[in-house]
Write a protein that binds this ligand. Structure first.
Ligand code: NAP
Length: 248
C-alpha cells in the first residue's frame, strides 16, 4: 500500500528530467499521475506507459506553461480526466543564462523565463486551490540560485525562481486554513538535458558544492514525494534544499 494511494497528482514538465522522475516516484507511492509537456509528445507518451506499468492511472496533456490560460486549463483538464486533484507539482522550467552587461541582452528571453517559471505556476496554483481538498499539496521546483547565485549569468533565472518562492510563502499563509500546504524544493545541479553532468561548465558548477557531484533526478523526486505525503502535514511555506551542499 503506497502512502499516496487514492491521490491524483499533476507534474508539469513531466516528459523528462526531474519532472519525469517525480512522476515515477509519486506513482511508486500509488498516486495516479498526470504529466504535462510543451513539445515532447512522444517522450510524454513513453513516461505515461512507464507510469501505467506501475499499476496507476496516468495521462499526458500538452500545455504551454508560458501561457497562463493554458496553465490554468491544464488543471481543469486533469480534474475532468481523473475526477479529482490532490497534488500539484510545478516543475516545468526554463533557464537561459545571460550576462546582464552583455551587448545582446534578449528581453524576450527574460520575459519567457518569467512566464514559464513564475506566471505559469501562479496560474496553476490559483486554479488548483479551489479544487484541492483538505490535505492538498502544492510543491514548486525552484533553484539554489534563488538564494545564492554562486556564478555569473543567472540574474533573470534567479529572479524568476525567487518570485516563485515569494509567492509560495504567501500562498502557504493564505491556504493553510483550507488544509493545503505550499512548499518549494530548491534544486542543485541535477543531471538532465537542462544541465548535463558532462557539460563544459560542470566542473565549475561542482566546485561550488560540498558533495562534488551532480544529483540524479531521483534524488530530487524523493523530496517532492516527501512534501506531497501525509507525513509532511506540518510543513508549509518552507524551502527544502536538495543541492549537494551548494549553500553550506
Ligand atoms: P529539463 O530536462 O529541461 O526538462 C524540462 C521539462 O519542462 C520538460 O518536460 C519540458 O517539456 C518542460 N517544459 C519546458 N518548457 C515548458 C513550457 N513552456 N510549458 C510546459 N512544459 C515545459 O529540465 P530539468 O532539469 O528536469 O528541470 C526541471 C525543473 O528543475 C525546472 O523548473 C528547473 O528550473 C529546475 N532546476 C533544474 C536544475 C538542474 O540542474 N537540472 C537546477 C535547478 C533547478 P518538453 O519536453 O515538452 O520540452
Amino acid at each position: 500500500m503506497g502512502k499516496l494511494n487514492g491521490k491524483v497528482a499533476i507534474v508539469t514538465g513531466g516528459s523528462r528530467g526531474i519532472g519525469a522522475a517525480s512522476a515515477r516516484a509519486l506513482a511508486d507511492e500509488g498516486a495516479d499521475v498526470a504529466i504535462s509537456y510543451s513539445s515532447s509528445a512522444d517522450r510524454a507518451k513513453a513516461v505515461v506507459a512507464d507510469l501505467e506499468a506501475k499499476g496507476v492511472r496516468a495521462a499526458a496533456f500538452r500545455a504551454d506553461q508560458a501561457d497562463a490560460a493554458q496553465a490554468a486549463g491544464l488543471i481543469h483538464s486533469v480534474k475532468e480526466h481523473f475526477g479529482r486533484l490532490d497534488i500539484l507539482v510545478n516543475n516545468a522550467g526554463v533557464s537561459a543564462p545571460a550576462l546582464i552587461d552583455s551587448e545582446d541582452v534578449d528581453e524576450s528571453s527574460i520575459d519567457h523565463q518569467f512566464a514559464v517559471n513564475y506566471t505559469g505556476p501562479v496560474a496553476a496554483i490559483r486554479t488548483a486551490f479551489p479544487i484541492l481538498p483538505e490535505g492538498g499539496r502544492i510543491v514548486s521546483i525552484s533553484s539554489g540560485v534563488a538564494t545564492r547565485t554562486g556564478f555569473s549569468g543567472m540574474a533573470d533565472y534567479a529572479a524568476s525562481k525567487s518570485a516563485l518562492e515569494g509567492y509560495s510563502r504567501g500562498a502557504a499563509r493564505d491556504l493553510a486554513h483550507r488544509g493545503i500546504t505550499v512548499n518549494v524544493v530548491q534544486v542543485g545541479f541535477t543531471d538532465t538535458e537542462m544541465n548535463p553532468a558532462d557539460s563544459a561548465a560542470a566542473p565549475m558548477f561542482l566546485s561550488t558544492t560540498a558533495i562534488g557531484r551532480y544529483a540524479r533526478p531521483e534524488e530530487i523526486a524523493a523530496g517532492v514525494v516527501f512534501l506531497a505525503s501525509p507525513e509532511a502535514s506540518y510543513v508549509t511555506g518552507t524551502v527544502l534544499n536538495i543541492d549537494g551542499g551548494y549553500r553550506a
